[in-house]
Design a binder for this molecule. Structure first.
Ligand code: SF4
Ligand code: SF4
Length: 272
């Protein structure tokens, strides 16, 4: 069973819920936690896991052979990412930061003056905390197509998944490509929110996405004591706003609050 822990809004405590739930379940089951928030991975910090590098993730980029180039500008025209600047009668100028590796420029060149090269776009790490197995992806700072790092991370762990009872994927916040890439791998989702107007607004967005993806889901209300009157559909657990939880989070130790144990129990019941 692969479960995505997701949430429309950043700062709701999605990673806290993902790490605490994974740690709690790992006492009883074989559990793998995957931090797929590759632009800002922090599950290893929350659980004080020392990460070990497993693999570098690369992306194809074009490489010009100016001896062959006839300065026609077709490559620049083909690039929808504005990664190639062309000035008449000059060789094209490449902006690697803009390139997403689609290879349209390579295909469009009439004289095969563009070959393939590669650039680093991220790293995949592994680790463990007691019986909990952990994987994490991290994209290079400023790399805009980081869903490729999410895909590489999920491909990397794919052969191992069958050995686990639960695989918990902590997605990025929001409803963008990174989140969709991670959720497409899941059988079920927990949408984490907080009782604030922004929290509820963004919860609606993530639920809309989960419905489009046809993914069954339940919601978890974090910091629930901020607004005790709030009622939510499909709620399976409430996690209070509590000093002991914040202290454990700051110290990088697993949160063993009663509310997390209740969440794990409710989670097991829902997924039986
Ligand atoms: S590979 Fe695609 S994005 Fe990169 S420079 Fe070529 S056309 Fe542009
Ligand atoms: S398409 Fe090929 S020949 Fe034309 S400018 Fe680009 S690299 Fe040069």
């Amino acid at each position: 069973m692969i479960v995505g822990i997701t949430g429309g809004k950043g700062g709701t405590g999605k990673s806290v819920i993902a790490t605490s739930l994974a740690y709690e379940l790992s006492k009883k089951y074989k559990v793998m936690l995957i931090d797929a928030d590759v632009d800002c991975p922090n599950d290893h910090l929350i659980l004080s896991i020392k990460r070990i590098k497993e693999k570098t993730v690369f992306q194809t980029i074009p490489k010009w052979n100016y001896k062959k180039c006839i300065k026609c500008g077709a490559c620049s025209k083909a690039c929808k990412e504005h990664a190639i600047v062309f000035v008449k009668n000059k060789f094209p100028i490449f902006i690697p930061e803009q390139c997403i590796g689609c290879k349209a420029c390579i295909v469009s060149c009439p004289v095969n003056a563009i070959g393939e090269h590669r650039k680093k776009i991220g790293t995949i790490y592994s680790g463990a905390r007691e019986k909990l197995k952990f994987f994490s992806g991290e994209s290079v700072v400023g790399y805009k197509e980081s869903s490729r790092v999410v895909s590489s991370l999920l491909n990397f762990v794919n052969p191992l998944i069958k050995d686990y009872d639960y695989v918990i994927i902590d997605t990025a916040a929001g409803t963008h490509c990174n989140v969709i890439t991670a959720l497409m791998k899941c059988d079920f989702a927990l949408a984490v929110t907080e009782p604030t107007p922004f929290g509820i607004h963004d919860l609606r967005l993530i639920i809309k996405l989960l419905k489009i993806l046809g993914l069954p889901y339940k919601t978890v209300l974090n910091k629930s004591t901020i607004n005790k009157k709030l009622k939510l559909k499909g709620l399976i657990a409430k996690i209070p706003y509590k000093e002991s939880i914040l202290k454990a989070y700051c110290k990088g130790i697993p949160i063993e609050d009663e509310s997390i144990k209740n969440l794990a129990k409710a989670f097991e019941e829902v997924l039986i």
